[in-house]
Design a protein around this ligand. Structure first.
Ligand code: A3P
Length: 296
């Protein structure tokens, strides 16, 4: 499958078990699937645009005991190897993870179904962040507009169909969130919601801290809350993707740190789209106990 980006480039995608992935990832699939996880790995797992960069910065701040300078050691994309990332001839995510000393903190957007099996076999810790589907759709739409390594999203109306049919890179939001939610009581999974972190960051950061086996005092926690605010991270070159070439991410089209709010979907969905979405959501999420408040 090939789609044309705004630069007119051909973006090649391929399906693995019904999930669209970037061609370079699929070309590297056997290396990814045979990845050897270690029991002390912590894997940050998200559907794209659910607040991955935010939770990565929070985790790193906790790991570094609130030391801002240590978190400035590298751009966020380099601090936590991205398991399925591949862009030859650069080292792949798997290669970067292999070169990293333990205990490792890694990142993935893969669904439970596509995750390298050794993560389950080694009973690793998983930190999953879910974001309500409507805001994820809006954020992903703008991201595809500015990211020239992803297909052109087309019009909002066209993208709405693409998204609800799961024909985006990393697949269906519904399958992703459901899959991870269903695993949460069987493995060591801390399941968080973007909306909760937004509402009460200190409380959610404390949960992450405990999950990581750390114990930081109140002043450090307050500092982490401040340093990981949207405003701070938007200004921080180590988190705001300003070091990425314009030929890959054109932030004049849409900034990477775009709005960082809950409920921006209300500025995009028509009443008819909202009704249709709610109906699809009910059907797709039937039988799960997950409770997203979409009227945020
Ligand atoms: P918006 O496009 O809605 O602004 P990811 O890192 O998974 O790609 O997610 C990106 C989304 O998370 C963007 O959403 C971005 O603005 C938001 N985000 C990043 N850092 C944030 C923060 N500190 N607080 C709130 N939202 C943040």
């Amino acid at each position: 499958m090939a789609l044309t980006s705004e630069l007119g480039k051909q973006i090649k995608l391929k399906e693995v078990e019904g999930t669209l992935l970037q061609l370079a990832t699929v070309d590297n699939w056997s290396q990814i699937q045979s990845f050897q996880a270690k029991p002390d790995d912590l894997l940050i797992c998200t559907y794209p645009k659910a607040g991955t960069t935010w939770i990565q910065e929070i985790v790193d701040m906790i790991e570094q005991n609130g030391d801002v300078e240590k978190c400035q050691r590298a751009i966020i994309q380099q601090r936590h190897p991205f398991i399925e990332w591949a862009r030859p001839p650069q080292p792949s995510g798997v290669e970067k993870a292999k070169a990293m000393p333990s205990p490792r903190i890694l990142k993935t957007h893969l669904s439970t179904q596509l995750l390298p099996p050794s993560f389950w076999e080694n009973n690793c810790k998983f930190l999953y962040v879910a974001r309500n589907a409507k805001d994820c759709m809006v954020s992903y739409y703008h991201f595809q507009r500015m990211n020239h390594k992803l297909p052109d999203p087309g019009t909002w109306e066209e993208y709405f169909e693409t998204f609800i049919n799961g024909k985006v890179v990393w697949g269906s939001w519904f399958d992703h969130v459901k899959g991870w939610w269903e695993m949460k009581d069987r493995y060591q999974i801390l399941f968080l919601f973007y909306e909760d972190i937004k509402r009460d960051p200190k409380h959610e950061i404390q949960k992450v801290m405990k999950f990581m086996g750390k114990n930081l005092d109140e002043t450090v926690l307050d500092k982490i809350v401040q340093e990981t605010s949207f405003e701070k991270m938007k200004e921080n070159p180590m988190t705001n993707r300003s070091t990425v070439s314009k030929s890959i991410m054109d932030q004049s089209i849409s900034p990477f740190m775009r709005k960082g709010t809950v409920g921006d979907w209300k500025n995009h969905f028509t009443v008819a789209q909202n009704e249709r979405f709610d109906e699809i959501y009910r059907k797709k999420m039937e039988g799960t106990s997950i409770n997203f408040c979409m009227e945020l």
